[in-house]
Design a protein around this ligand. Sequence first.
Ligand SMILES: Cc1cc2nc3c(=O)[nH]c(=O)nc-3n(C[C@H](O)[C@H](O)[C@H](O)COP(=O)(O)OP(=O)(O)OC[C@H]3O[C@@H](n4cnc5c(N)ncnc54)[C@H](O)[C@@H]3O)c2cc1C
Length: 359
Amino acid sequence: MPSRVDTDAVVIGAGPVGLFQVFQLGLLGLKSHLIDVLPEVGGQCVALYPDKPIYDVPGVPLCTGRELARLLLTQARPFLPLDVASGQCEQVHLGHLVSELQVEGDGCFVVRTDQGLQLRARSVFVAAGAGAFVPRTLNLPALEGAKNVHYHLDDTTIGALAGRHVVISGGGDEALGAALSLSALPDSVQPSELTLLHRRDQFQAEPELDAQVRHLLTSGRLKLVVGMPTDALVQDGRARSVTVLGADSVPRELTFDHLLVRQGMSPKLGPVSQWGMSLDRKQVSVSAATFESSTAGIYAVGDINTYPGKKRLLLCGFHEATLAAHAAAAALNPEAPQHLLYTTTSPLLHQRLGVLQGH
Ligand SMILES: Cc1cc2nc3c(=O)[nH]c(=O)nc-3n(C[C@H](O)[C@H](O)[C@H](O)COP(=O)(O)OP(=O)(O)OC[C@H]3O[C@@H](n4cnc5c(N)ncnc54)[C@H](O)[C@@H]3O)c2cc1C
């Protein structure tokens, strides 16, 4: 990854609105880079309600949060092409927290992430929702930076857990779902031992998931340890054990090879509040015509913005992304005529979408 990349637009936040923003910019001939701190796209839809039904997306009578994210990514794909060799898209930067956003002398913007990526863009679209989603931790400072403490169940993590004793912390959908997924892996890549650590012996998960995990517990394929983790032992950068205070007030050591913390996500506004845009109660104030913030060239769309009549709904975010893209295109190319083109009939849009005319 080059340390500095030039592009038309940077979209901060790969939630549903950020994904649709990339699509709308692409239709107008503008190339975007998309950044999110999460390891996958979808924002709240995937982080907070992946399997819950959504009924009010126009033209989509019913889909789950995860399905909507997948559909939006598929729709944006013509403008986020995959590299044939790597299978990755060089315009998508997941696992990056945008930490800095600066205006340069020539009116361009420099966006920096905590992973050392720098993007130079002519416009910026803040689609940051309620802020960057960060995993809830165990609140044990000793665990910070330990190599064998994981918060996401991605392919690399799953590979590292094979043949190991894994403790999963949490009692909600994320933790129970992880226990179920890991126990369903082929024998060759399954953890050797799985333990669920939760403060109570009651879970807060979907009834079906709850029942499946109870079955794992009774069959002995999963153990349950009930109590509060109060301390951790870390040696040579690896966590070895946590001290768990049981209901009987007796502290016990729980050792493991890997600790998978799955206690849900919480959004942190963090950096967004330091980028110089006018805020109104933690939301970015925007014009309801262009969705431009108080800084020219920075637009804010979706749950992060506020204006008279604002509703935090997917539909409203999609509308905002559309008007923001048109406003940015007009500002970036003031000489070009701004004709409204239809995807059904415009050969230019068909060419940009990479579809045969009329298909
Ligand atoms: C339980 C629940 C059910 C819902 N059901 C519906 C429904 O039925 N219909 C409906 O219309 N709406 C529904 N909503 C609301 C809808 O999900 C939101 O309006 C929508 O997700 C907003 O999309 P967004 O892209 O603006 O923000 P988000 O989905 O919050 O995505 C923002 C993304 O930006 C990332 N980000 C933020 N800051 C940074 C940073 N500094 N660096 C890197 N990444 C960053 C975050 O990690 C996140 O992934 C529901 C919400 C919830 C919680």
